[in-house]
Ligand binder design. Structure first.
Ligand code: NAG
Ligand code: NAG
Length: 297
């Protein structure tokens, strides 16, 4: 009897050791992946849509409804951007959906150059892959790498250029002026932005633009560890454009629950109930447009 017990005990320890080992090797694969791949590589990576689903006739995770949309990477359609040189773009959120802003991905190729936004339209760009050069800025030319961004106030002359290849996400909207407040050019990077207080929540929050009244929108960078989720089930007047930069999870939009992953884009109309839970094995990070500082009237 005792011999059997000792045997079972040894077996148990052995199994435990085996499990530990598997766990360690899984963790080291993850570590290896994050060490060797550039930041946000999944946003741009075609392996995102599993092969067996990519080829499934008629299959897409994309959804378009009255008050929200999920646009997964296999649905992106690129065409030449008007006024840009050697650049193709995919408009993912536009006023036809009900938004007051546009959100698009722009792929800059060799010897490419941006066009200007329409009159009175402000623009924010965020680099996802490669690097772009801003010319004609007060400090001369500036190189923007992955995780860097620039905000151009309305009617601000600028040029975004690239001599190799780069992917950026762009937000544009018609600026809503406020007397005695003037927005300024902002050039910076996510990692330089301080973590902000998030009372009652555990995710990490950074804001890319100053919170002062001159700015009528902001871009939030929100980080969740696997298993973390939003405490508040928000319903609010603001609208959102979201790009999932890293990780996987479940997004609740109204009565719909969507599995989402890096590369997915979400449009949220005002007042749609919204909630996120991070799952998967690595951090979730998303970038979120939000209109702020202006009366809804
Ligand atoms: C686009 O890129 C090609 C290849 O680098 C270059 O030869 C061409 O001049 C560019 N097009 C324009 C309109 O500049
Ligand atoms: C970048 O942002 C940080 C934090 O907001 C700020 O302290 C710093 O001055 C900014 N850098 C530039 C070049 O504006």
């Amino acid at each position: 009897m005792r011999a059997i017990f000792v045997f079972l005990l040894i077996l148990g320890v052995f199994k435990y050791a085996l499990a530990e080992k598997e766990f360690c090797s899984a963790a080291s694969v993850l570590r290896l992946e994050s060490e060797t791949k550039p930041l946000y590589w999944k946003v741009d990576n075609p392996t995102l849509s599993p092969l067996h689903l990519q080829d499934l006739p008629g299959f897409t995770r994309s959804v378009y409804k009255k008050d929200h949309a999920l646009i997964s990477p296999e649905s992106h359609v690129y065409s030449l951007l008007p006024d840009w040189i050697n650049t193709s773009g995919a408009y993912l959120i536009t006023p036809e959906m009900g938004s007051h802003f546009v959100m698009y991905l722009a792929k800059l190729k060799e010897n490419s150059k941006s066009g200007l936004p329409l009159p009175d339209v402000e623009r924010l760009i965020f680099v996802l892959q490669g690097a772009v050069t801003l010319t004609d800025t007060p400090g001369g030319s500036q190189l923007l790498k992955v995780d860097s961004y620039a905000y151009f106030p309305p009617n601000f002359e600028h040029s975004i250029e690239c001599d190799a290849s780069a992917t950026i996400v762009v937000f544009e909207r018609r600026y809503v002026p406020l007397p005695n407040h003037v927005p300024e050019l902002v050039i910076n990077s996510t990692d330089k932005q301080p973590l902000l207080e998030t009372p009652g929540e555990i995710f990490e929050l950074r804001k890319l633009l100053p919170t002062s009244l001159a700015y009528d929108f902001n871009i939030h960078i929100m980080d969740f560890q696997p298993g973390e989720f939003l405490n508040v089930k928000e319903v609010h007047y603001n609208q959102h454009g979201l790009l999932l930069l890293e990780g996987q999870g479940i997004y609740r939009l109204g009565d719909n629950w969507y599995p989402v992953q890096a590369g997915d884009v979400i449009w949220m109309a005002p007042f749609i109930p919204q909630w996120y839970a991070a799952l998967g094995k690595t951090r979730s990070r998303y970038l979120l447009y939000k209109d702020v500082n202006r009366s809804p009237l």
